[in-house]
Design a binder for this molecule. Structure first.
Ligand SMILES: NC(=O)c1ccc[n+]([C@@H]2O[C@H](COP(=O)([O-])OP(=O)(O)OC[C@H]3O[C@@H](n4cnc5c(N)ncnc54)[C@H](OP(=O)(O)O)[C@@H]3O)[C@@H](O)[C@H]2O)c1
Length: 305
């Protein structure tokens, strides 16, 4: 009988999970959320043990490991560096992802893979659906799109989640940059003409868990919403820090144009908000608003003196 549901072929408990990228921003969220989980038993392979540029090592490592589910939170994520290291970005984000999916499919293990809003060119005025055509503007986006395509082709019961503007504990991201600026300077200049959807890393594992109970979810957008500009995102960070009593030198961001930002090698979509209606339709869950998640994120940090 053909398998129709991810949940049908995952053992009830324990489900043996391989986690790749556990030292990263997103992978760390899975490490924390699924440590001691009643359903998932997680084994991590950090880069030192499984380098995704080494296809032979991927094959050997997975061949000798028993698992039911692979969470691929590892990726080449330096958007600007990818312009000068396109082969490395493609090796990790596309070729390795495709091989992981092939190996998962061969042993009937599930694969959860992650992608990005940067697969879109930003020309659409409203939030992007999973069915909207992707047309990346930069090398990172092209490598991630090819990764999506290879995973989808190799693994019939894949789950690919597109995330965006990730923040959370463990690795500094945009909120930490804004906070550092506001602690040191009287002015924090943040781009006002780029729109997208912040995603709290700590909310993703629960979303994945919900999707694992759904028959063949395929490609799904998962962000916190509502969509907004970098300026609104930055202001939300300062608002949350102010509530927590951070000694900021300014509690207002200053809007600037994307074109005024120095040091950006890669072109970026100016509008890459993601629509999460499919996630809600499949799971019955609505991602919470990112300002609420930001309040949790700030509350988890010590207030600087
Ligand atoms: N960050 C965002 O804003 C964002 C937005 C949308 C989508 N995403 C997607 O979300 C996923 C997770 O991103 P993230 O921000 O959590 O990334 P991250 O913090 O940069 O972590 C990436 C992880 O991948 C590992 N890695 C990189 N190259 C590797 C290699 N050659 N072999 C083995 N492991 C390797 C890193 O290992 P080390 O710990 O050794 O460095 C790290 O653990 C990615 O698929 C990314 O495309 C991210």
């Amino acid at each position: 009988m053909p398998v129709t549901s991810l949940s049908e072929i995952l053992p009830a408990a324990p489900c043996r999970v391989i986690l790749l990228g556990g030292n990263g921003l997103l992978g760390g969220a899975f490490r924390r959320a699924w440590a001691g989980h009643s359903r998932f038993s997680v084994t991590e392979f950090p880069r030192a043990e499984l380098n995704l540029t080494r296809l032979d090592q991927i094959q050997q490592t997975l061949d000798r490991t028993d698992f039911d589910l692979l969470i691929n939170a590892a990726a080449y994520t330096q958007v600007d560096d990818a312009e000068v290291q396109p082969d490395l970005a493609m090796a990790v984000n596309a070729h390795a992802a495709g091989l992981l999916a092939e190996l998962c499919a061969a042993r009937r293990a599930r694969m959860v893979h992650f992608s990005t809003d940067y697969v879109f060119d930003g020309q659409q005025s409203g939030p992007y659906l999973e069915t909207d055509p992707a047309s990346p503007l930069n090398t990172y986006g092209r490598s991630k799109l090819e990764g999506e395509q290879r995973v989808a082709a190799a693994s019939p019961h894949h789950l690919i989640l597109r995330l965006a503007w990730l923040f959370g504990p463990g690795r500094d991201a945009f909120p930490e940059w804004v906070l550092q600026q506001a602690l040191r300077q009287d002015e924090v200049r943040v781009v006002s003409d780029k729109t997208g959807s912040p995603t709290y890393s700590e909310d993703v594992p629960a979303g994945v868990e919900a999707l694992l109970a759904v028959a063949d979810p395929g490609l799904v957008h998962l962000v916190n919403g509502p969509a907004g500009s970098w300026q609104e995102y930055g202001q939300g960070v300062l608002d949350a820090a102010t509530v927590c009593g951070w000694p900021l030198r300014t509690n207002r961001v200053t809007p600037v144009a994307l074109s005024s930002l120095p040091g950006l090698t890669a072109r970026r979509p100016v509008q890459s908000a993601l629509d999460t209606a499919k996630f809600t339709r499949l799971t019955g869950l609505t991602p919470r608003p990112w300002p609420e998640a930001m309040a949790d994120h700030l509350a988890s940090k010590p207030v600087p003196v």
